[in-house]
Design a protein around this ligand. Structure first.
Ligand code: FES
Length: 108
């Protein structure tokens, strides 16, 4: 997204609220919040599961180190929720792949 488009998206936030969707469900967030903070503030603490054991994962380190918070943002898979800032109209999807090589059978 260009700087101009990003600025327009921020301007579109009405009354200090950024409207996003999570798995098709509308959510409101505060401008400047990370996706992870926005989800957690709405009571959503896990948005994917591990391949082994299906253990729930969400925010852990909160600083971009552990990769536990991966999700899909506007169609872009494996984004770290703790590092991505919410934008007006953003479409967030949980349950993204833990490992990008899964889709290619380990050949990625
Ligand atoms: S919570 Fe650890 S990378 Fe996002």
């Amino acid at each position: 997204m260009s700087t101009r488009a990003r600025g327009a998206a921020k301007t579109a936030a009405i009354g200090g609220v950024v409207r996003v969707s999570f798995d098709g469900r509308p959510l409101e967030a505060s401008p400047g919040q990370s996706v992870g903070a926005a989800l957690t503030s709405q009571g959503i603490t896990a948005w994917r599961a591990t391949r082994k054991g299906e253990r729930p994962r969400g925010l852990f380190c909160g600083i971009g180190v552990c990769f536990d918070c991966l999700l899909t943002v506007d169609g872009s898979a494996n984004q770290r929720a703790c590092l991505v800032e919410v934008r007006e109209g953003m479409e967030i999807e949980g349950s993204c792949r833990e490992d990008p090589s899964e889709e290619t059978g380990g050949r990625a």
